[in-house]
Write a protein that binds this ligand. Structure first.
Ligand SMILES: Nc1ncnc2c1ncn2[C@@H]1O[C@H](COP(=O)(O)OP(=O)(O)O)[C@@H](O)[C@H]1O
Ligand SMILES: [Mg+2]
Length: 266
């Protein structure tokens, strides 16, 4: 049994509740198996489908007002978990309850049409996250201005650097006045000025949003921005606790010496 439920009228003390969640990707490893290869495989008892258990029996709940950091190595399942909480990916088993409307800033550039300008993508992004045409138009200028891209905002996004795209993505996500804000690895590309601005904006949103999730390899930002953290490894929830202790345990696990550089680069 699996379920994803979203309710807006609840007065729950929780923003998100994840219960015994598992997510398995099923990928066929050959696009067009011929009769011969299918028979050969059948004879060997192989299956034409590869299963990736990206999330395994994960449970946690996040209270209103919390900012949760999600850490772990590449492929640990961080983005999968975010997509599932955002309602983009259905649980294979277990359940996710979300109170309110989630606004996501998922992995960089996802969802942008590079042939369109930044401003056009802002409008599309707004519509995609459920705002009405009128609401989007009301906010578009403010969203565009916040990016500080100047004339570039009306150029096709294929002419943007990754940092410039990140500004657009971040600005769209934070101006949707989300109940739940999710940010996946987006800050690492910005320059110092933008990071500072983004941090300030997130701190502001933390006060009004029900909850915030931050996936980042910048362990320093996790400590700075979040009041709790979880650590995923190969889809398993290894630890949940104060950002400081979770980051420390993760670093110990990696057997990496703690230093200023590693704190930002892992
Ligand atoms: N669309 C997909 N189809 C098949 N496997 C996927 C897909 N997306 C991610 N995976 C696999 O699921 C696992 C978790 O990936 P992901 O959630 O992206 O990890 P992270 O964000 O922590 O790097 C990885 O083994 C990855 O290869
Ligand atoms: Mg990821």
């Amino acid at each position: 049994m699996s379920s994803l439920s979203v309710s807006s009228n609840g007065t729950s003390k929780y923003a998100v509740k994840v219960d015994d969640l598992s997510i398995t990707y099923r990928t066929t490893f050959e696009r067009k198996p011929t009769l011969k290869t299918a028979l050969v495989r059948f004879g060997r008892g192989e299956r034409a489908v590869k299963e990736v258990h990206a999330i395994k029996n994960v449970s946690f709940e996040v209270r209103n007002g919390s900012a949760m950091g999600i850490i772990g190595a590449n492929g640990a399942g961080k983005s999968t978990l975010m997509r599932a909480m955002a309602g983009i990916l259905p649980p294979t088993s277990g359940s996710i309850e979300v109170w309110g409307r989630a606004s996501t800033l998922l992995a960089l550039g996802v969802g942008f049409n590079n042939a369109l300008s930044g401003r056009e993508n802002i409008i599309l992004g707004g519509l995609a996250s459920g705002l009405s045409r009128k609401e989007v138009e009301e906010r578009a200028d403010q969203i565009a201005e916040w990016t500080e891209l100047g004339d570039f905002i009306d150029m096709p996004m294929r002419t943007y650097s990754s940092g410039m795209s990140a500004r657009v993505g971040f600005s769209v996500a934070v101006h949707m006045r989300p109940d739940i804000l999710m940010i996946d690895e987006a800050l690492s590309t910005g320059d110092a000025h933008f990071r500072e601005k983004a941090n300030a904006k997130m701190a502001e949103l933390r006060e009004s949003a029900r909850a915030m999730f931050l996936v980042s390899h910048g362990l320093g930002s996790i400590k700075e921005m979040c009041n709790e953290a979880i650590w995923l490894d190969h889809g398993t929830l290894m630890m949940r606790g104060e950002p400081e202790e979770v980051v420390d345990a993760y670093m110990k696990f990696l057997k990496v010496k703690k230093s200023a550089t590693t704190t930002e680069d892992i």
